[in-house]
Design a protein around this ligand. Structure first.
Ligand code: SER
Length: 317
């Protein structure tokens, strides 16, 4: 079997995708790569680990050749709030990195996964049950790179017959990777502060509704989409997927069912609030359900119960 290369392997999605791929295909089949080094002792059982600057074409090419790579999960990118702080870096990494991955994939006939996002939509997009195909005029640099990335992946599919596939992820919630520069990160940080301090100060307003997904569902979506029969895929880049949607106030109320004394207050960050306000409230993911059988497992109550359990164990509380 040809190997699977994961870029951004130490990031939000990669931290959980790599072990899942290793469990499914065997650790020798996985090449985890990142621009950071893994914490001591982490790389061994989870596959090969390699340093990779994914804006460097030669480095990508070298890894793809050396490990006989057949599939690339290209996850290395800045999230929305970090990208807004450093728009030039975001363009260089999110767009330049993808272009180079696609060029190497074209030469070596690799399949490519590209993570798009609710950030690929903008204020003019219908907010409720946002359709698979709709107006996409995002107002953030993150969104610009996501729309351009979707189009570029479709272009490589149509023009060069490359097998490119992508998902428009909502906010992702995980107990493994700490919050890392996203607008939806409040929905991760809230759990740490709830368990450690019994209170959380939220940077988004109480009624800001956004789609969300628990990471085990996101990892299943990634693996299932890449395994899907290409004949059934009408769309490719990128499928709307969602599992739940809620506001900070509703998430706090759900946490309170487990921690009755939990308190939330709000100190709105205008930049992240504006980003969140430009995104949909809820996505229509029927194309993913029809074309490759997408079906999430976790909803708000089951996600909150599991997050609290897993984080309690992780933080030794
Ligand atoms: N979770 C991402 C972010 O907030 C959106 O894709 O940046």
């Amino acid at each position: 079997m040809k190997r699977i290369l994961v870029t951004g392997a130490l990031g939000q999605i990669g931290s959980e995708l790599v072990p899942a791929l290793a469990a499914r295909f065997g650790s020798d089949a996985i090449v985890a790569s990142d621009i950071r080094l893994p914490p001591a002792g982490q790389s061994g059982p989870l596959g090969h680990f390699e340093f990779l600057d994914s804006t460097n074409l030669r480095q990508i090419q070298d890894l793809v050749r050396r490990y006989d790579v057949g599939t690339i999960y290209h996850l290395a990118a800045l999230l929305s709030a970090s990208a807004e702080e450093k728009p030039h870096v975001a363009w260089e990494l999110n767009m330049g990195g993808l272009y180079k991955i696609l060029e190497v994939a074209r030469a070596h006939r690799c399949k490519v996964f590209f993570p798009s996002s609710i950030g690929a939509f903008g204020p003019g997009t219908p907010k409720e049950r946002t359709p698979q195909e709709t107006l996409q005029r995002p107002t953030t640099i993150y969104g610009v790179t996501k729309v351009a990335g979707e189009l570029l992946c479709d272009y490589y599919h149509q023009r060069f017959d490359l097998d490119t596939r992508g998902l428009r992820f909502p906010g992702l919630i995980s107990y493994v990777a700490p919050p890392g520069g996203g607008t939806t990160d409040y929905a991760v940080a809230i759990f740490y502060d709830a368990l450690r301090h019994g209170r959380y100060t939220c940077f988004l307003g109480p009624d800001t509704r956004l789609d969300m997904m628990y990471m085990p569902d996101a990892v299943s979506a990634l693996i299932e989409l890449m395994a899907a029969d290409p004949q059934r895929l009408v769309h490719r880049n990128a499928f709307n997927v969602t599992a739940m949607n809620f506001t900070p106030a509703e998430l706090a109320a759900e946490i309170r069912k487990h921690l009755p004394d939990f308190r939330i207050d709000y100190e709105i960050d205008p930049i992240r609030q504006a980003i969140a306000d430009s995104w949909p409230d809820s996505l229509d993911d029927s194309a993913a359900r029809e074309e490759w059988g997408w079906k999430p497992v976790y909803d708000l109550p089951t996600m909150v119960a599991d997050m609290l359990d897993k984080l309690r164990a992780k933080l030794r509380l």
